[in-house]
Design a binder for this molecule. Structure first.
Ligand code: 4NP
Length: 159
């Protein structure tokens, strides 16, 4: 790993459910590994509908039950993020498509990836949007995030 902090951005649609939860899970894992000064984490939404809001209360409650405190504020992804971040992980195929649309020349293709490609214990290709569903959806989100984030950390730590 280099001297400069490695920067990871998690991206979903609204930045109030999946990506802030990913930020919280990853933050906790990085802290436990003693790598907080080496790995910086943020999250954003492809849409800015919920700008400035805390994560959805259902997501915060489900995360809290697993020991994660979610306290980020929603923001929309911006063009500069493509430059700033080293790894940009999209929660679903729509998010991935919308991120790639911000990079029509493909300058950042390698750093924009599907989060589920890092999952090792799950076959899902996307982190399903839990917003309009029940509590089991939020648990599923956390199951996938814990799996993928652990592997993201392993991959970065050995790079
Ligand atoms: P997220 O979930 O993309 O995981 O933050 C959603 C949040 C809000 C909406 C949709 C998905 N919404 O339609 O407002």
């Amino acid at each position: 790993m280099t001297e400069k902090a490695y920067q990871i951005l998690f991206v979903c649609l609204g930045n109030i459910c999946r990506s802030p939860a990913a930020e919280g899970v990853m933050h906790s894992m990085v802290e436990q590994a003693g790598l907080s000064s080496m790995i910086h984490i943020d999250s954003a939404g492809t849409e800015g509908w919920h700008r400035g809001k805390l994560p959805d209360a259902r997501m915060r409650e489900a995360a809290k039950a697993r020991g994660y405190t979610l306290q980020s504020r929603a923001r929309q992804v911006r063009l500069a993020d493509l430059e700033t971040f080293d790894l940009i992980l999209a929660m679903d195929a729509d998010n991935l498509r919308n991120l790639r649309a911000l990079d029509p020349e493909g300058l950042h293709t390698k750093k924009i990836q599907a989060f589920c490609d890092f999952c090792t214990d799950h076959d899902e290709k996307e982190v399903p949007d839990p917003y309009y569903g029940g509590s089991e959806g939020f648990e599923k989100v956390l199951d996938l995030l814990e799996d993928g984030c652990a592997n993201v950390l392993r991959q970065i730590a050995k790079a």
